[in-house]
Write a protein that binds this ligand. Structure first.
Ligand code: AP5
Length: 221
């Protein structure tokens, strides 16, 4: 199964990606995680990306498309993949399609802007694994520590309120239109199949809604 996950910042894309990837034994390809890994490693790409991410803006389409097409060519993507945070612009979607990247399902998670700030200000992450927690909605067993390794959790630098508002603006201006693009493809070509879920429900309910719909698509072939 080749899946694209779309939603505003804080919609729960990273949270749900883990369940989907486990269910279909496919890798999670998060462009945000890839860029943060480059920043942590101090590479040239990381240096370029840091200022852009901290400002809540988007890294250039050219860089991102190169990253994703290289990653999809890896052997672990042979049976499918989950794209989390890509594409984020119409150009990224069109260029990926032109490069032969086919998509079976697009999962759109909706959450109102008002819920996003509270979610992101309470988010904690385990950088090495990408595991995501929330101090209230999805707390670790021991406060501020990862459940698996016991290592300290951190807050993302772009989870400051002013940056969150910039990220939301960019989502509405540049990413939201992708749902129209994929819906038109679905009407015209029958694929990808679109799934829209209400991301305001509890994490388990969102997970079950997504997995049920994906299962129906997989069975239909
Ligand atoms: P990226 O890392 O992709 O960030 P994002 O899209 O802003 O999404 P987030 O990771 O903030 O949120 P999420 O939807 O994954 O939510 P999560 O599951 O963590 O990108 C970062 C930056 O990189 C971008 O701003 C851009 O600069 C750059 N970039 C990345 N991709 C790019 C691209 N393709 N092109 C150009 N630039 C790119 O959940 C959030 C919190 O809510 C957590 O604490 C979680 O526990 C909690 N939560 C989750 N679900 C629920 C629920 N149902 N109820 C209550 N709480 C919940």
């Amino acid at each position: 199964m080749r899946i694209v996950l779309i939603g505003p910042p804080g919609a729960g894309k990273g949270t749900q990606a883990r369940y989907i990837c486990e269910a279909y034994a496919i890798p999670q390809i998060s462009t945000g995680d890839m860029l943060r890994a480059a920043i942590a490693a101090g590479t040239e790409l990381g240096r370029q990306a840091k200022a852009v991410i901290d400002a809540g803006e988007l890294v250039s389409d050219e860089i991102i498309i190169g990253l994703v097409t290289d990653r999809i060519a890896a052997p672990d993507c042979a049976n499918g993949f989950l794209l989390d945070g890509f594409p984020r612009t119409l150009a990224q979607a069109q260029d990926a399609r032109a490069a032969g990247v086919e998509v079976d399902a697009v999962v759109v998670i909706t959450v109102p802007d008002t819920a996003v700030v509270e979610r992101l200000s309470g988010r904690r992450i385990h950088p090495a694994s990408g595991r995501v927690y929330h101090v209230t909605y999805n707390p670790p067993r021991e406060a501020e520590h990862d459940d698996v390794t016991g290592e300290p959790l951190v807050q993302r630098e772009d989870d400051r309120e002013a940056t969150i508002r910039d990220r939301l603006r960019v989502y509405h201006e540049r990413t939201e239109q992708l749902t129209g693009y994929y819906r038109e493809l679905e009407t015209r070509a029958g694929r990808p199949r679109m799934i829209t879920v209400d991301g305001q429900r509890p994490i388990d309910a969102v997970r079950d809604a997504i997995l049920d719909r994906l299962s129906a698509i997989a069975q239909a072939g």
